[in-house]
Design a binder for this molecule. Structure first.
Ligand code: URA
Length: 210
């Protein structure tokens, strides 16, 4: 991927996103839509994966046919909301390896602090797709990608559902080599760090918490 930012304007994605934004959408509905939309975003983010040729036999004749090349890719969920994007992507790419990055915000310094980090081996040889539905301030996404780079990752992409202009700018400044795929860029962040108009707290909406 060469573009730093891809907004997936496909009508199916936009329709599902509108349903997710609607505050009347139930937890079950939100989760199902997130799963569906994650697959459409995954389709976009994997569009240029390298393939190689494998000789197989169809019922009619032998043929050389394309299969994905290289090591299995690594999907990294940024906890906790990233988990909402995982299952759908794993359905499409069942052999992907999976990792988790947990960060919380220190109340005094307001900086992200790591509380969990478990990722597949050989990150340097894999395409790494980090997932988090909301790219808001960008602080946790930037910190998560810092950690992935420290662990050896060199080919990283970031998939989210919604982004704020502030988060996109922060990511571009800190990690210009990491392409972002999102379904929309909203207007702004409010004083509480929520994306406006947004969809609220993605974790709460998918897990039914408050
Ligand atoms: N995280 C969320 O879940 N929602 C926002 O609007 C911003 C960050």
């Amino acid at each position: 991927m060469t573009d730093h930012l891809t907004v997936v304007t496909h009508p199916l994605v936009q329709h599902k996103l509108t349903l997710m934004r609607d505050k009347e959408t139930s937890t079950a509905g939100f989760r199902q839509l997130l799963r569906e939309i994650s697959q459409l975003l995954a389709y976009e983010i994997t569009r240029e994966l390298p393939t190689e040729s494998r000789t197989i036999e169809t019922p009619l004749c032998p043929m050389d046919a394309p299969v994905l090349a290289g090591k299995k890719l690594a999907l990294i969920s940024i906890l906790r909301a990233g988990n909402g994007l995982l299952d759908g992507v794993l359905e499409l790419i069942p052999s992907a390896r999976v990792g988790f990055v947990g960060l919380y915000r220190d109340e005094k310094t307001l900086k992200p602090v790591q509380y969990y980090f478990k990722v597949p081996a050989d990150l340097q040889d894999r395409l790494v797709i980090a997932v988090d539905p909301m790219l808001a301030t960008g602080n946790s996404s930037v910190a998560a990608i810092d950690l992935l780079k420290q662990a050896g990752a060199t080919d990283i992409r970031f998939m989210c559902l919604l982004a704020a202009p502030e988060g996109v700018a922060r990511m571009k400044e800190a990690h210009p080599d990491v392409p972002i795929v999102t379904a929309a860029i909203d207007d702004h962040l409010n004083e509480h760090g929520y994306i406006v108009p947004g969809l609220g707290d993605a974790g709460d909406r998918m897990f039914g918490t408050k």
